[in-house]
Ligand binder design. Structure first.
Ligand code: THU
Length: 142
């Protein structure tokens, strides 16, 4: 979502991201919690071209703590498909309801989308820095 974009253009992006997130949520490997989660985001092309959609679903593990969240899989997809930066993100359960990214994933998203990443939440569209204020990030090193 950019400031000059119309509401109609924004809805098309929202709908597309929501549909992509819901599709992958249904592929989640979730034998332990039963909760399927899907994440979809627009990503910039590092070569300066257009944007594309990257996705991820949660992949659980018998050791519980090694579970990969949907956002973690999405970050893998970002780099698997050529890198770039995350621009706008939707995370939903397999019933299509919005899901708040967990704390660890907020840090992951900050690394790959920065504080201005647009996040669709149950209370509307927010910037990532509203979900993770005063974040530690790459700029704090060296
Ligand atoms: N989960 C995610 O995929 N993303 C989050 O941000 C929160 C939680 C998943 C992990 C686990 O498979 C299930 O939801 C229940 O915690």
């Amino acid at each position: 979502m950019s400031p000059g974009e119309s509401a109609a253009q924004r809805d098309v992006v929202d709908d597309e991201l929501h549909a992509a997130a819901l599709t992958v949520a249904r592929n989640a490997y979730r034998p332990y919690s039963g909760l399927g989660v899907g994440a979809a985001a627009t990503a910039s092309d590092p070569g300066g071209g257009g944007s594309r959609i990257v996705t991820g679903c949660n992949v659980e593990n018998a050791s519980y703590g090694l579970t990969l969240c949907a956002e973690c899989s999405l970050v893998s997809d970002l780099h698997r498909t050529g890198g770039g930066r995350l621009l706008e993100l939707v995370v939903v359960t397999d019933t299509g309801d919005p899901l708040a990214p967990c704390g660890r994933c907020r840090q992951l998203l900050h690394e790959h989308g920065g504080p201005g990443l647009v996040v669709h939440t149950a209370r509307g569209v927010v910037r990532l820095d509203e979900l993770l204020p005063d974040a530690f990030g790459p700029g704090d090193l060296g």
